[in-house]
Design a protein around this ligand. Structure first.
Ligand SMILES: [Cu+2]
Length: 240
């Protein structure tokens, strides 16, 4: 069902999505300010029955309406350029690299396990509704194995494709990266709280394009480390 909070952007799950929301909201506020000023002067022009002498060739007023938009544009520009920079650059090394590969029509993920060269690769495929599905089952947003990531850590994703162009990301993540065959797209994000983030392929990639959701499960770092440790032990024992 549609709710009023869906009019706005979804609640940001990552620092980067939060920054983007700040850009959106500050631009919206500046836009509202401009609208108010313009409507105020429009009202004066329409309802004023006398011609005001000071509005004809008033150098101070002309200076005001030239400088103010310039100032507002500089404000908008500085906020967005700053966010573009901090969302994409970092001085700290990412905690983890995830390689995301798009396929017709599912995603596969690859992460390094432990300190060695062991890698875990898995496919994340859609699960359809069945007779056993619970009451809260989310159609088109349920996958067999989501992408597991730790909370509060910087994650770097490297996105590419195996066949046609797909696009990986989620509105809550604040990123959308094109998966292009033969190329790597790079993105950074840091999830703030444990949650499940839902997204979808965002580039029309064929007949089952609507059936390849991107589901990201963010868990506390301890839970993630325990999961990763369990995997590395079973890899060493050769059972995986
Ligand atoms: Cu697609």
């Amino acid at each position: 069902m549609l709710e009023w909070d869906q009019v706005n952007l979804p609640e940001p799950a990552t620092v980067q999505a939060y920054n983007l929301q700040q850009v959106y909201e500050s631009s919206l506020l500046l836009g509202l300010f401009v609208l108010t000023v313009v409507l105020w002067f429009l009202r004066m022009a329409v309802f004023n029955k006398l011609t005001c002498a000071t509005y004809l060739e008033c150098a101070r007023l002309e200076l005001f309406w030239s400088i103010t938009p310039l100032f507002l544009l500089a404000m908008m520009c500085s906020i967005s350029v700053y966010v573009l920079y901090v969302n994409d650059e970092t001085n700290t090394a990412p905690y983890m690299d995830v390689t995301v590969v798009g396929h017709q029509w599912y995603w596969s993920y690859k992460i390094g396990i432990g300190s060695g060269s062991n890698c875990l690769e898995w496919e994340s495929r859609l699960v359809s509704r069945s007779a056993d599905s619970g009451i809260g089952f989310m159609d088109l947003f349920t996958v067999d194995q989501p992408l597991m990531i730790p909370v509060g850590q910087l994650i770097r994703v490297l996105v590419t494709s195996d066949d046609v162009i797909h696009s990986w990301g989620a509105p809550g993540l604040g990123i959308k990266l094109d998966a292009i065959p033969g190329r790597l797209s790079r993105g950074l994000f840091e999830v703030k709280l444990p949650c499940i983030i839902y997204g979808m392929c965002m580039e029309l990639c064929g007949s089952l394009h609507g059936l390849m959701p991107t589901v990201i499960q963010a868990v506390p770092t301890e839970v993630f480390s325990a999961w990763e440790h369990g995997l590395s032990v079973s890899m060493e024992e050769g059972s995986l």
